[in-house]
Design a binder for this molecule. Structure first.
Ligand code: PLP
Length: 405
């Protein structure tokens, strides 16, 4: 039940801010690890993890320490100067991902924009594509962010309607079809930009040979293969990067969300020297991108994924969670998709809507939200323990039995 304290705080958000999110009716005020509490101290298991940005769990003590120490030493300088944290962070992230260089930004969408700009420059200056003719191939059902350029190639009408004129230079083809990508390639194609698993699209896992085929096609046609792993990356799918399930290496990689350790927006675009060297002084940047605090937090966040076995935990706990959901044999569940601790449960809309189900889970102490009306996404912090998943499974089972009986 939403009491008066929560009602008033919700009302304030709605009076003083536009309703562009439709949050669930709960007002959170603190969180630690996998748990969050509302203003009345009711406890919830966080199965949202800030849209996969809180992979390390809330207020991870080792990140909190870095946050306190770095912010009391040096937090913001702008890129007008060198700092003692940016170089070590860039070295860590490039070595770990096997790319030559990383260009630091803040939000995911900014890093996607960076990848678009870098791909276009490479196309004009290395591949000699005719001026202003460069094309980027994307996939239907994509989600890459909310800027005016990015929404220009979204398939979701509410994301783009009446926000035009839209940016040209994008071709959208069926997700999961490498043939469709090959068909769309022409002499002006700079890059293919895709998510290895579509997150906001409903945790859509493409056919197994999709990424290897796209890799082959991109190499053959001298087109950059860019992976948006803002949501799928950094252990979420049980590998450091989701593309590693396919044993490939893309030409560019976009990271965000969990890179900030749940503390702050940190994102980047990674690629080769051949692509990056065109990003010369003045061509691109951000006041906050690569700031000392962000760099220190991101470096430690990356180290902790390995030091604390969070990737392995994502794989093992994800498999356990997925199997347990499938074994429920509930008529509510039509399909369970996903890899690692990133699951999409496709529900039967004839029995209940995703929104109603999220609200029931909320009352029962589980924070999760539907994506695309009929998919419930479960993406807990990667630090989650088996007994915590078992606790959630008990509730999920109880709720499903109640609805279907
Ligand atoms: C795959 C992907 N790309 C880009 C973004 C945009 O990131 P941000 O909201 O930080 O701009 C998201 C956010 O959900 C995402 O899932």
């Amino acid at each position: 039940m939403v009491d008066d304290i929560q009602k008033n705080l919700i009302k304030k958000e709605l009076i003083f801010g536009p309703d562009n999110y439709k949050p669930l009716p709960v007002v959170l005020s603190k969180a630690k690890g996998v748990w969050a509490w509302d203003v009345n101290d009711k406890k919830y298991l966080d199965m949202m993890s800030g849209y996969s940005a809180v992979s390390h769990g809330h207020a991870h003590p080792k990140l909190l320490k870095v946050f306190h120490e770095q912010s009391s030493k040096l937090s913001l300088t702008s890129r007008a100067f060198y700092t003692d944290t940016l170089g070590p962070y860039l070295e860590t992230i490039t070595k770990l991902s096997n790319f030559d260089m990383a260009l630091p930004m803040n939000s995911g969408a900014e890093a996607v924009e960076t990848s678009i700009k870098a791909s276009r420059r490479w196309a004009y200056r290395t591949k000699n594509v005719e001026s202003n003719k460069a094309e980027i191939i994307v996939a239907d059902g994509n989600f890459h962010g909310r800027t005016t350029t990015i929404i220009s190639f979204s398939s979701d009408s509410n994301s783009k309607d009446d926000f035009g004129p839209h940016t040209p230079g994008f071709v959208s083809v069926e997700y999961g079809s490498s043939e469709a990508i090959e068909k769309a390639i022409n002499k002006n194609t700079a890059a293919v930009l895709i998510e290895p698993i579509q997150g906001e699209g409903g945790i859509i896992v493409p056919p197994e040979n999709y990424l290897p085929k796209v890799r082959e096609i991109c190499t053959e046609h001298n087109v950059l293969m860019i992976m948006d792993e803002i949501q799928s990356g950094l252990g979420r799918t049980g590998k450091m990067f989701a593309f590693q399930h396919s044993n490939i290496q893309p030409d560019g990689l976009i990271l965000g969300k969990a890179l900030g350790g749940g503390f702050m927006p940190v994102s980047c675009f990674l690629s080769s020297k051949e692509v990056m060297h065109w990003m010369n002084p003045g061509s691109h940047g951000s006041t906050f991108g690569g700031n000392p605090l962000a760099a220190a937090i991101a470096k430690r966040s990356l180290e902790l994924l390995e030091e604390e076995n969070l990737i392995e935990n994502s794989r093992v706990m994800g498999d356990f969670f997925k199997e347990s959901l499938i074994n429920m044999n509930s008529p509510i569940i039509k399909e369970v998709r996903g890899k690692g601790l990133w699951l999409g449960v496709e529900i039967d809309p004839k029995l209940i809507s995703g929104k109603e189900l999220s609200e029931i889970f909320l009352k029962e102490g589980i924070l999760c939200k539907e994506t695309h009306e009929t998919t419930i996404r479960f993406a807990p912090p990667l630090v989650i323990k088996k007994e915590e998943i078992e606790w959630a499974l008990k509730i999920i089972k109880k709720v499903f039995i109640k609805i279907s009986s």
